[in-house]
Design a protein around this ligand. Structure first.
Ligand code: TYD
Length: 393
């Protein structure tokens, strides 16, 4: 049974960055989050059409983060050593940050956003600029035959029809092939109060508990998981056909399952308590920002993430509290944060030089950003974060 537990108010599309304020009268929708007591899925209640969310203007570029690139390089090495794939397919290949670790002869990309698909095509990778579904899987099978690895990072949670996603993968995967997917971890999200993992693109936030149950019902089987640091704490799942499950499930798998149950991810009360913490978090963040502004200090934001869009709109934060944001993404510069009047300036050291307070929009890159901003920290500049609770660091 679906149980609603969190109301994040009225939100715009999280990656719909606009050049002028007038276009800010863009589409808004109500963002509510639901827990299903039967299948353990946590999902947002309203789905926006994929054509509106993922089109030729999609701004997100996975190659812009060093941490992300390092992680993907490490995983690629592991895949080559352990699974020795002759063919590999990536669903949601973005700008090729993962696939570039494989030869163009072995790898196939699927990326519906045409601006991104162009990048991998230009690098010589066969790229299908389509939404992932059974029809596309059939086409790829005809063109290339079956594959040994299907990899997908931060994409499956964006697709509403999970059954179709995995039926499509099953069509294309060799009997002994492995599916590797990684997405934000529900356990980390609930533990660290990162309610900003919820926005229109994240239809689901997966747990091992929920995916396990679902995949088991369609003859697939998770045999290993890894906790990884990307996107504020993600889980990487390793999946095989159940009938070929001539392997032992790993210790990591059992530990994760135990931890999720121990934390109560299978109980509605856990989500209701989370919701209460989020309401407190909102009040506290506003009061911190207001008190700094009242002292006559300027606050700027760092990293115009989709996650920030949820926070800023939920907490009704505008440019009177956070003057502007800096961000390295070319497609976000000189635009406004969706739903707000906060402008995004292209990142430069000069913009940081004169401020004493920075709101960490990209809190999931805290380590990378703190390393980059050693001078700001040295001169006693302070970061503000809302994770795991609002505070000045
Ligand atoms: P990210 O947290 O990966 O994604 P999401 O949009 O899914 O919440 O986005 C990180 C953003 O932060 C991205 O717009 C780039 C920006 N960024 C910087 O501007 N500077 C940096 O040093 C880093 C690491 C990120």
């Amino acid at each position: 049974m679906d149980k609603f537990f969190l109301d994040l108010g009225t939100q715009p599309l999280a990656n719909n960055f606009q050049k002028n304020l007038k276009s800010q009268s863009q589409r808004f929708y109500k963002l509510k989050v639901i827990y299903n007591t039967h299948n353990f899925f946590v999902k947002i209640h309203k789905r926006i059409s994929k054509k509106i969310m993922f089109n030729s203007k999609y701004p997100y570029r996975s190659s812009l983060s060093k941490t992300f690139l390092q992680n993907q390089k490490k995983l690629s090495k592991k895949i080559k050593i352990f699974f020795k794939p002759k063919k590999i397919l990536e669903i949601g290949s973005n700008d090729g940050s993962f696939i570039k670790n494989f030869s163009t002869k072995k790898a196939i990309c699927v990326e519906p956003c045409k601006n991104l698909a162009k990048i991998t095509t230009n690098k010589g990778y066969k790229t299908y600029s389509n939404y992932w579904d059974t029809k596309l899987a059939e086409k790829i099978k005809t063109d290339f035959g079956k594959v040994d690895i299907v990899y997908s990072a931060n994409t499956i949670t964006h697709i509403s029809n999970l059954k179709n996603v995995f039926e499509a993968i099953k069509k294309l995967l060799n009997p002994n092939g492995v599916i590797i997917i990684e997405d934000p971890s529900l356990l980390e999200c609930i533990k660290y109060n990162s309610y900003d993992q919820f926005y229109n693109e994240h239809i689901y936030i997966f747990s091992l508990l929920s995916l396990n149950k679902f995949l088991d019902s369609i003859d697939l089987c998770i045999f290993d998981v890894e906790n990884i640091k990307t996107h504020g704490g993600s889980l990487r799942y390793y999946v095989k056909f159940k009938k070929n499950a001539n392997f032992i499930r790993t210790k990591n798998y059992f530990n994760q399952l135990k931890n999720e149950k121990k934390f109560g991810l299978n109980k509605l009360s856990t989500y209701l308590k989370f919701s209460n913490r989020i309401l407190k978090s909102k009040k506290k963040l506003i009061s911190i920002l207001e008190s700094i502004n009242n002292k006559g200090e300027t606050i700027i934001g760092y990293g115009a993430t989709a996650k920030s869009v949820t926070v800023l709109n939920f907490c009704n934060i505008n440019s009177s509290l956070i003057k502007f944001f800096v961000d390295t993404t070319p497609a976000k510069k000189f635009k406004y944060i969706p739903g707000t009047n906060i402008f995004i300036k292209p990142y430069s050291k000069k913009l940081i030089k004169d401020v004493n307070y920075i709101f960490l929009g990209a809190w999931n890159f805290k380590k990378e950003i703190f390393n980059k901003e050693k001078n700001f920290i040295k001169r006693k500049g302070r970061f503000i974060t809302h994770i795991p609770f609002p505070r000045i660091i």
